[in-house]
Ligand binder design. Structure first.
Ligand SMILES: Nc1nc2c(c(=O)[nH]1)N[C@H]1C(S)=C(S)[C@@H](COP(=O)(O)OP(=O)(O)OC[C@H]3O[C@@H](n4cnc5c(=O)[nH]c(N)nc54)[C@H](O)[C@@H]3O)O[C@H]1N2
Ligand SMILES: Nc1nc2c(c(=O)[nH]1)N[C@H]1C(S)=C(S)[C@@H](COP(=O)(O)OP(=O)(O)OC[C@H]3O[C@@H](n4cnc5c(=O)[nH]c(N)nc54)[C@H](O)[C@@H]3O)O[C@H]1N2
Ligand code: SF4
Ligand SMILES: [Mo]
Length: 792
């Protein structure tokens, strides 16, 4: 084994301080000397670090960073350096499975696909294609999403398609659309090389985008370091580095951000010219935030006035600013409303569309951007507007289909609603690809009840047995990253190609091949009776996708497999005008909001009510950005006598999601082997809890039993990582989502994983009660005395 550092012990590696040009540092970890290297990019978060895969005798033996890559300059984090071992693991799915007499049994591809096709046709005949739903991911490739999008929208014509991106970055898309007219991140990572200030809202970047954090740390240790503001209720690794840490109460992002905007406006720290020339809605914004005085913000959010003032001073005076927003906003109360306030901070100062200024309504999953671009999440491909007949007609021409097969009579069905329809029985078939909802969805007891239903035909397409395959009627074994070729786009719009390095195990097939096979067997046709889907290789799919993007904001027409191979990833838009991609959108202050071009006509930010097209056209903003104002609404579930604590959930640095990959790396597993509940020192004392004590955490939905970890969190709040389910530990309930609530943001429809009311107690007493069920009070007291058990 050879490695440039032990990234478990040394997460970020050695500092390379700088300003201007981020120095190269190539990180590598191999277990044997490869006989060749294959170009790829990491798929374990949205940062999308360029990476080469080392191959020996047809197996992956390691990875190294790509020095030429604009995103990472050669660096890799712990997940990137270790996660690939999952490809080689012994327990990969290697052949299809069909449920027969209650058991999943081995089947051939023909049997599995024929069964799926037969069920699809029966369902379409009896109930229409509206009884078929797709629930996909943020982890496939462009070519796969686009194929899925086309077969769903123009083959079946079902409106029920979404991804786990609904749980992840639906709010990213919504906030960008609501402020700027379409999805697409305005900035470029190069902004970090010169910026004077950085703001992270609900984003633990040190842990969740480790390589981007290396860039920030290197700036912070170099000349002219940027100021750092962090808004998070926990004292995270990110918060520890901050100059100003605003430790707010969960669910109070809007009050805090409104307070910041108010201070900036009051101090005159605004760019009047920019506001007038390039935005709409300033007066309403000013009036709304004016109610958020220092005192009121402190009272509602717990953020002390002097800290708020210090943050506002930085935001109001810096000449450049990079902001990132992530799950502490997207999965919390008023997600879209809060995310838009960060856009507002940039807009009222004109800090957008130029070097050093970037807003990241961050992505989380490696290819979430592409789910949103390619139409696999319900939206129409290439940021087209379902409510704009001309956009729908464009697609009908491109695909050569009747316009009416493309669902556009109502908004696309969001994931939470798809699950609801499955629960009610109007969706009869649910095709789940590359996601593990039996761990990652909120309110797991309810999700299990839905997956279990006899009248729901469940297809699960995965590389491993998961908590979700347990409920499948058909399991399709998938080839994963490293075993197939395709492209994906990171959060700063950089498109990478990932070449196939090794063969998939057994009979596993790429998701692209599975979707193509389904389309062929279903005999989906265009208007002239030719096959609807006219491609059969990844490269042909990419070429088809390029045509779909022509003239749209995410224009890929200047990219090709050849161009993406050999060097760095390239940012979209990439076309004739910008052959090498474009670092900044909106340089001229003209946004994508004009009525003919925009992706949505907007929503009421509080109720989510859609703006009718006529109303939008009547007030066509013609390229001005929207300053969306929002007042505070408290979270719907709050601690009370019965459930006195807040719960929030999230991530740890060493694991990715439900750990199907990272849990199979010995090093990553050992670095964080079990779930835990993080409790403040104050609450630990109050409840008599010590580090490592097993704690029962209970909400109105369910309960978990996990060890305690004490410190670095506000009193009254507990935190549980959501990574740990049951595939490698079946003994006790421990998935955070046993506890979470099933409700969502009115605009983005993203579920609220970040708050719930819970109660806690040491499990000795919980187990004791269970043992003593039915025993008389006398017996209970006697046993208690013998055991000398104290109630916690
Ligand atoms: N190591 C690792 N990295 C990952 C992933 C992973 O699983 N593991 N997943 C990737 C994916 S898909 C995603 S989406 C990203 C997510 O990346 P992050 O959003 O950084 O991750 P989380 O831990 O879910 O949440 C971030 C923070 O929100 C805070 N928070 C909770 N409630 C509130 C609130 O009301 N307001 C504010 N301001 N903050 C709040 C939490 O304390 C937490 O520190 O990470 C990506 N990177
Ligand atoms: N409580 C709580 N819950 C959360 C969150 C939270 O912060 N708190 N965060 C939410 C967020 S942001 C996210 S992104 C989700 C993530 O939740 P999930 O998407 O459910 O998590 P993963 O473990 O990434 O699931 C991906 C699955 O796809 C499989 N897979 C990997 N590559 C491929 C491939 O190429 N093809 C196929 N067919 N399968 C593949 C993996 O083995 C794995 O089973 O969880 C959400 N749930
Ligand atoms: S930062 Fe993200 S993309 Fe880069 S190596 Fe780590 S997990 Fe992979
Ligand atoms: Mo995510």
């Amino acid at each position: 084994m050879k490695q440039t550092r032990d990234s478990i012990a040394d997460i970020w590696g050695e500092r390379t301080p700088y300003v201007g040009d981020w120095p190269v540092r190539v990180d590598e970890r191999i277990i044997e000397e490869p006989d060749h290297w294959v170009q790829s990019a990491c798929v374990l978060c949205s940062n999308g670090c360029g990476m080469d895969i080392g191959v020996k005798d047809g197996r992956i033996v390691g990875v190294r960073g790509r020095a030429v890559d604009a995103v990472s300059h050669g660096r890799l984090g712990p997940k990137g350096l270790h996660g690939w071992v999952a490809n080689n693991s012994e327990d990969r799915l290697t052949h299809p499975l069909i449920r027969r007499n209650g058991q999943l049994e081995r089947a051939s591809w023909d049997e599995a696909m024929n069964l799926i096709v037969r069920r699809s046709k029966e369902i379409c005949d009896k109930y229409t294609s509206g009884a078929i739903g797709f629930y996909t991911t943020g982890q496939l490739f462009i070519e796969e999403y686009y194929t899925l999008g086309v077969l769903g929208k123009a083959g079946l014509g079902t409106p029920h398609m979404d991804g786990n991106t609904r749980l992840c970055t639906a709010t990213s898309a919504a906030a960008l659309q609501m402020s700027f007219g379409t999805d697409g991140q305005p900035g470029s990572y190069t902004d970090l090389d010169t910026t004077e200030a950085i703001l992270h809202v609900g984003h633990n970047i040190a842990s969740q985008q480790t390589v981007l954090w290396m860039r920030i740390l290197d700036r912070r240790r170099g000349p002219n370091p940027p100021k750092l503001i962090v808004i998070d209720p926990r004292e995270t690794a990110t918060a520890k580095e901050a100059d100003v840490h605003l430790a707010l109460k969960v669910g109070t992002n809007v009050p805090v951000l409104n307070g910041l905007l108010n201070l900036m406006i009051e101090a005159g720290h605004i760019n009047k010219h920019y506001i007038e020339a390039h935005t709409a809605g300033f007066e309403k914004l000013k009036e709304t935030v004016s109610k958020w005085t220092l005192e009121r913000v402190e009272q509602v959010s717990g953020v002390p006035a002097d800290k708020l003032r210090a943050a506002a001073e930085i935001l109001g005076t810096t000449s450049t600013l990079v902001s990132t927003v992530l799950q502490g906003v997207y999965q919390s109360m008023q997600a879209t409303a809060a995310a838009c306030q960060v856009n507002n901070i940039h807009l009222i100062r004109g800090l957008i569309g130029r070097p050093g200024c970037g807003i990241y309504q961050m992505n989380g999953q490696p290819t979430a951007q592409n789910t949103r671009e390619c139409g696999a999440d319900g939206a129409l491909p290439a940021f087209r507007n379902w409510d704009n007949p001309e956009h729908v007609a464009e697609l009908a021409r491109l695909w050569n289909v009747d316009v009416n097969i493309i669902p556009h009579w109502a908004p696309p069905t969001h994931a939470m609603q798809i699950w609801r329809y499955a629960e009610q029985g109007s969706i009869k078939m649910l095709w789940i690809s590359a996601t593990n909802p039996a761990v990652s969805m909120p309110d797991l007891p309810r999700i299990r009840r839905i997956l279990e239903k006899d009248d729901l035909f469940v297809i699960v397409q995965d590389a491993f047995h998961t908590e979700t395959t347990q409920f499948a009627d058909v399991v399709l074994p998938a080839a994963i990253w490293g075993e197939k070729t395709g492209c994906y786009t990171n959060v700063d719009r950089t498109v990478h190609i990932s070449h196939k390095a090794i063969e998939p195990p057994g009979e596993a097939r790429s998701d692209l091949d599975i979707f193509l096979d389904y389309a062929r067997r279903m005999d989906f046709q265009d208007k002239d009776g030719a096959p609807l889907i006219k491609w059969s290789t990844p490269e042909e799919a990419f070429e088809a996708w390029k045509e779909c993007t022509r003239g749209r904001p995410c224009d890929y027409t200047g990219l090709s497999y050849a161009k993406l191979t050999g060097g760095s990833g390239i940012q979209w838009p990439c076309n004739e005008q910008f052959p090498n991609g474009k670092p900044h959108l909106y340089e001229d202050g003209v946004f994508n909001t004009s009525a003919d071009y925009c992706e949505i006509y907007g929503h009421d930010i509080v109720t989510g009510a859609a703006t009718p097209p006529q109303e939008y056209r009547a007030n066509d903003p013609k390229g001005k950005a929207f300053l969306r104002a929002a007042d505070y609404q408290p979270p719907h579930e709050q601690p009370d006598e019965e459930y006195p604590l807040w719960l929030t959930t999230g991530r740890v640095v060493y694991h990715f999601h439900t750990r199907t990959k990272t849990g199979r790396s010995k090093e990553l597993h050992q670095a964080d082997p079990d779930a835990f509940v993080q409790i403040s020192t104050e609450d630990a004392t109050k409840y008599g809890i010590e580090d490592g004590d097993f704690i029962e955490v209970e909400s109105r939905r369910g309960r978990v039993i996990v060890p305690a970890r004490i410190g670095d969190i506000e009193p009254g709040l507990v935190f549980i990582p959501f990574h740990y389910g049951y595939w490698d530990e079946t003994g006790r309930p421990r998935a955070a989502n046993e506890l979470t609530i099933m409700e969502w943001d009115p605009v983005s429809k993203q579920p609220h994983f970040k708050y719930a009311a819970v109660r806690i107690r040491k499990t000795a007493s919980a187990l004791f009660e269970k043992m003593m069920e039915g025993a008389s009070e006398d017996v209970v007291n006697t046993v208690k005395e013998i055991l000398n058990l104290q109630e916690a």
